[in-house]
Design a protein around this ligand. Sequence first.
Ligand code: KIV
Ligand code: ZN
Length: 557
Amino acid sequence: MAIPTDGYVRIFDTTLRDGEQSPGATMTSAEKLEVARALSRLGVDAIEAGFPAASADDLAAVRSIAESVGVRPVEGRPSAEPPIICGLARASRPDIDRAWEAVKGAKYPRIHTFLATSELHMKHKLRMTPAEVLERVKDMVAHAKSLCDDVEFSPEDAGRSEPAFLHQVLAEAIRSGATTLNIPDTVGYTTPDEFGALIRGIRENVPGVENVIISVHCHDDLGLATANSLAGILAGARQAEVTINGIGERAGNTSLEEVVMALATRSAKFGLRTGIDATQLVRVSRLVSAATGMVVPPNKAIVGANAFAHESGIHQDGMLKHQATYEIMRPESIGLLQTRLVLGKHSGRAALAARLVELGYSFDDAALHRIFTRFKTLADRRKSVADADLEALVHDDASPQDELWALDGLQVGCGTHGMPTATVRLRGPDGNLHVQASVGTGPVDAAYKAIDALVKAPAELLEFSVRSVTEGIDALGEVTVRVRALSEREPLSPQHEVASAPVFHGHGAETDIIVASANAYLKALNRLLVARGRARPASERMAVASAPTRPAQEQRT
Ligand code: KIV
Ligand code: ZN
């Protein structure tokens, strides 16, 4: 593919692979496809769609992204070409073969293979000698190249690798056919000056490096991921591996929006550009947050709720006199103020469908019917419905066959005196209605206790957050919960036992936040039950007939 070379930084998005490795961020295949479409529309050059060797589900999800998003540009994509679709593989033949199997349907497929090069990893994790590592890199990059023209190689833990050995390994990868060398600071250990020097050292010491693209992949354990990535770019890297909202292993990855907006806002310093349509950043950030359950902290750079809020009197005074006094970017440049109050209670189904298409969503008739019904209820209560409301309704939509347990009715009694009580009526996997009343410390606690009594999926509530989608007392409330599975008589699958207890998320949006809370909790419990393999939603039973469901944290890299 002809990606511009002059002053262009490729954006390689790994939200669906490294990002999905955040505890509890597991997405369904449908959610992954929706995120991939949004990333394509955003203008990313490459999508790392998953780790196909992890499970049959992962392979199927990557394949479906390759065969749809990877074939032709989605509507609204700034480029006339679809993105590269990449699959991750350990440096082993079976992994590489599965990655190829998954991505080969894309117009621009890529295999990304990796092997650790730090002494610590080679000795204690791989139990391989440096000579064995060198040999394996040579063989496996060559094997990947025999399948796919576009091969990326990563020396895992490059940030802590001995430079001379790292250079040797990278030279071998180039000789064997690698076209991109990705340099990961796997544990987020380096500082910007060190990481910049690492990239410079590679450019100066690795034969053949002038013919390949150097990429940076920085983790955020010390909060330095963006700074390190930019230092690597200043030193000559021309691909940045990033995730939306910076989600990823442990403290996360470099956040896409930070790198893109740093390059754009400080263009005089960097003299570099990307192919990203920044006006879509807020929308994609919200989509990923809803799909993964990873709530964006209010003070998160670029996309946090407070990123453009001015609280102190001095700042407000300055802003009124001149916007540039306290803002280095315009909110509209990231799509923040583009909310258009276009729809109201007189708007019909066609107007809703047209607006959803403009916002970049795809849906079938059944989904449109469900969203329209909820839109009407909302529009009856409010004068107008904003784009952010529509987005919240779409993110919250679930087809009935994806829900094992669904809320059919909820009533609460609470106040300053007495005992907060909730009565819930759920439709169960057996198709019948089940009713339970419970008392709790508050109405949400009471509702959760009643749900627990019916669903019987032992779980610990780790996180509960409520956010107002728009302003005003009649706003939709968005609730996100994360729960940790507790063991019960029926054990988790053997793969689970080696991992820490899995975490699952759920998301709900309603004007009534108690109802939103109940829905969010049920969605998290449904995911938990599916991961336990106790019951599978009908849609997935049909989609991946004989494939075992991958538990949340199985086989991570
Ligand atoms: O952080 C890391 O080292 C990785 C590699 C697989 C690129 O994610
Ligand atoms: Zn990583």
